[in-house]
Design a binder for this molecule. Structure first.
Ligand code: GBH
Length: 491
């Protein structure tokens, strides 16, 4: 009978970092200004505009390149402890290679970072959120084994220029989306749709690139700069549809295939790709007439380089699915990663649905995901680096679905803290509406609405912005709270 009172009393510690997240291509605009080079999203939206749902692009987006002071003002309005943003590789290295650094690009990020620091907001910088310089894609991008050297050189430029002030670095945002959606499929740039091997070549080179950047930071920068360097992996929760042994094994294969191929090489004690999934791909490859597994192996030296190479585990978490060995399978090309996993999935009807087909409100799923990772990888330091809810562009400012979602997330985070999970912070996706990749501007994730028909890209707080602000200020969830007015101020 006192359960709700007890629940209301649960609090977040004062040093828990509450923030919001964005990504360069989704907010910056200024795609060809001040010496920025072309990246794979510029290339794709200009050459095949029909792949974007509303035929839009990120040429201007929320125009944060020119509005960054307003962005920081919004962070102050919300009372954020931290802000996660990404650096556009081609804005600071126009060709991708480190021989030519663009001073205007460096200046832009310096201004953004300094503006945050002026107000005591901790910057968290992602080096790669999907906008590869096109010149590197022309050479194969992540499929080229030398990719890890190019990334290490870029990382050095980032650490040298920003590491005196940025103490939290993330190498890659969501390897699965980079490798499966961009290389193995056609759901993200560079839309290679190389189903048999694209995902796996990318996966191997990506984790090696991550490890090289991590060791570079660790050896040459951490001793003087004193920050931390990690990686962000999208970890949605995949539980078995029934407790049959078949469904439980199917859920494990799904977890290994979706995020284990990125997490296991870095965070497990044995290193390398996860065992059962590797066996499955090797078996299928042999049946399909390949002379070797489509999933490449790591050499012992590579395994050692990658194993343990992260100061924290960044988790982007949005939703969950129930996994079946036999039911709910989607048609998939053969060979492909989806066919390699060969499992079915569904979201139960009673999970609330968002504007995004893939995004449903799954009960306590942050806890389910993090608790699993904690057990599997010996309780590393975690940050939830993204979590959020989409509404349609017509929904406007009264975003009750988002409010419900964020409150549910807070309860799940508190469950993590109660359980001893080493969770240090939470970044809501997103500070403001932005270019939602293939969905263009149809699906909106912002705490602030952005008017994309207005050249000034005016930002207006939604109800959820007030609710999140209240949570941050009080370090607790108050279900009675309603904003009195929709006028936002800085406290
Ligand atoms: C995050 O990915 C991204 O990091 C961020 O940039 C993005 O804006 C945010 O999500 C909201 O989408 O129907 O097969 O195309 C979250 C994980 C995985 C969610 C792929 C969308 C597309 C499923 N994403 N998923 S599909």
């Amino acid at each position: 009978c006192n359960a709700s009172i007890v629940r209301h009393q649960r609090r977040f510690p004062d040093d828990f970092l509450f923030g919001t997240a964005t990504a360069s291509y989704q907010i910056e605009g200024a795609w060809n200004e001040d010496g920025k080079g072309e990246n794979i999203w510029d290339y794709m939206v200009h050459n095949t505009p029909e792949v974007i749902r509303d035929l839009s692009n990120g040429d201007i987006a929320a125009d944060s390149y020119h509005n960054y002071k307003r962005d920081v003002e919004m962070m102050r309005e919300l009372g954020l402890d931290a802000y996660r943003f990404s650096i556009s590789w081609a804005r600071i290295l126009p060709t991708g290679m480190a021989n030519e650094v663009n001073p205007a690009g460096i200046a832009f990020y310096n201004n953004y970072i300094n503006e945050m620091l002026k107000y005591n907001i901790t910057p968290m910088a992602t080096l790669y959120h999907w906008d590869l310089p096109q010149k590197l894609q022309d050479l194969g991008g992540f499929a080229n084994p030398l990719f890890s050297d190019w990334f290490e050189d870029y990382a050095r430029v980032v650490f040298e220029n920003f590491g005196d002030r940025v103490k939290l670095f993330i190498t890659f945002n969501e390897p699965r989306e980079i490798c499966y959606q961009g290389y193995g499929g056609d759901l993200k740039a560079p839309i290679l749709n190389s189903t048999a091997m694209g995902t796996y070549l990318c996966a191997k080179h990506l984790v090696i690139a991550h490890a090289k950047a991590y060791h570079l930071y660790n050896k040459e920068f951490k001793p003087t700069q004193g920050g931390q360097c990690g990686i962000t992996i999208s970890v949605n929760w995949f539980g078995p549809a029934t407790d049959s042994a078949e469904d439980q094994f199917a859920a494990e294969i799904k977890r290994q295939g979706e995020w284990g191929i990125y997490a296991h090489p870095i965070f497990s004690s044995e290193g390398g790709f996860p065992k059962e999934f590797s066996e499955r791909v090797a078996e299928k490859s042999a049946q399909q007439g390949y002379r070797r597994s489509r999933l490449p192996e790591f050499t012992e030296e590579e395994k050692e380089l990658v194993r343990g190479a992260s100061d924290f585990f960044g988790v982007n978490h949005y939703t969950a699915r129930l996994i079946s060995a036999t039911l709910y399978k989607e048609a998939a090309p053969v060979p492909s990663q989806v066919d390699d996993m060969d499992v079915g999935q569904y979201a139960p009807d009673d999970w609330a649905t968002s504007a995004s087909a893939w995004l449903a409100l799954a009960p306590n799923s942050i806890f389910n995901a993090l608790n699993h990772l904690k057990e599997k990888y010996n309780n590393p330091i975690f940050y939830v680096t993204e979590n959020g809810w989409s509404t349609y562009y017509e929904t406007g400012l009264e975003d009750d679905g988002r409010v419900t979602y964020y409150r549910a997330s807070m309860e799940s985070l508190l469950n993590c803290l109660d359980d001893g999970i080493n969770l240090k912070g939470y970044m809501a996706w997103s500070l403001m509406d932005n270019f939602e990749w293939m969905q263009g501007y149809v699906e909106r994730f912002g705490l602030y609405q952005v008017d994309f028909s207005d050249p000034a890209r005016t930002r207006t707080p939604r109800k959820s912005a007030f609710v999140y602000k209240h949570i941050i200020k009080h370090r607790a969830v108050d279900y009675e709270y309603e904003p009195e007015t929709m006028v936002m101020t800085i406290d």
